[in-house]
Design a protein around this ligand. Structure first.
Ligand SMILES: Nc1nc2c(ncn2[C@@H]2O[C@H](COP(=O)(O)OP(=O)(O)OP(=O)(O)O)[C@@H](O)[C@H]2O)c(=O)[nH]1
Ligand SMILES: [Mg+2]
Length: 251
């Protein structure tokens, strides 16, 4: 644990699959935001076998963004696999995960870091404040998924799949996450609860992609997430049960 709650450094981990259209804008914006904070930081991107120009653009960006680490899987290993790969290479006090397509303003990470410093939480998990603009079917599926995780594992969170999560690296390491697909978010929150780690929920403004081309809201990733959610059940039953989730959500 860090002394007196003070956070000195931050790793931002970003999973990427075929993001040639936005990756330059995204990483340049992130780097500009991080430069303004008084923290030592690094950006770790995991290119998960992109087949478009993402790899080439990343190579170019590495020359202009000094603190960028690029990890590449030669073939697609899924969101969870990619994130775990990134987490293993994270070297700073706190690890922050966010998607590449700028679904939230990067400056929000500063708010999350502050909450982590001022509260007794070990992590911060975002929830989307404004999901009305999302298609009804996506919101419904998300509710169903949250409900299933809650029924099976007894944890209640406002938006378990929100790609805005921050945790102290030492705590994250202890969780030993294993999911290969999108179940990674839920696995993270469930293991944290069962491990007695406190997670503070934080409302964040959501900026969906103008033309959604979700790489995750597809049959195969969804089926994998449900399969991993069920497969995880015997594993977690060996642990002693979720600690109470007492912190109030911040909006
Ligand atoms: N490393 C890795 N990243 C992935 C994979 N699938 C998706 N991603 C990344 O995960 C993030 C979320 O994917 P999106 O396609 O934006 O999913 P979404 O937010 O449900 O969909 P949109 O509404 O289109 O934004 C993005 O940064 C993707 O590049 C994968 O298999 N591996
Ligand atoms: Mg997205």
């Amino acid at each position: 644990m860090l002394s007196e709650g003070k956070i000195r450094s931050l790793t931002v981990v970003i999973p990427i699959l075929n993001e040639e259209a936005i990756i330059e804008k995204s990483l340049t914006t992130l780097s500009d935001v991080l430069k303004t904070i008084c923290l030592d930081y690094e950006i770790v991107v995991v290119d998960d076998g992109s087949t478009d120009r993402t790899a080439e653009i990343l190579k170019k960006l590495a020359l202009s963004i000094g603190r960028l680490k690029i990890l590449r899987n030669s073939r697609n290993e899924g969101l969870g696999g990619a994130l775990c790969h990134g987490f293993k290479h994270a070297a700073k006090d706190v690890v922050f995960y966010i998607d590449a397509d700028m679904p939230f303003q990067y400056a929000e990470v500063l708010r999350a870091v502050k909450i982590l410093e001022e509260s007794r939480a070990d992590g911060v998990a975002g929830f989307r404040n404004n999901r009305e603009q999302e298609p009804f079917f996506r919101r419904l599926s998300s509710m169903a998924y949250n409900g299933c995780v809650s029924c099976l594992y007894g944890i209640k969170m406002l938006d378990i799949n929100c790609a805005f999560k921050l945790m102290k690296r030492n705590a994250l390491k202890q969780l030993d996450l294993k999911a290969k697909g999108s179940f990674i978010d839920a696995e993270w929150m469930v293991r944290a609860a069962y491990g007695g780690y406190k997670i503070q929920e934080l409302g964040v403004e959501y900026y969906p992609r103008p033309q959604s081309s979700s790489r995750l809201f597809r049959l195969r990733p969804i089926a994998t997430a449900f399969w991993e959610m069920i497969k995880f059940f015997p594993d977690i039953r060996r642990l002693k049960g979720p600690a109470s989730q007492d912190p109030q959500a911040c909006r």
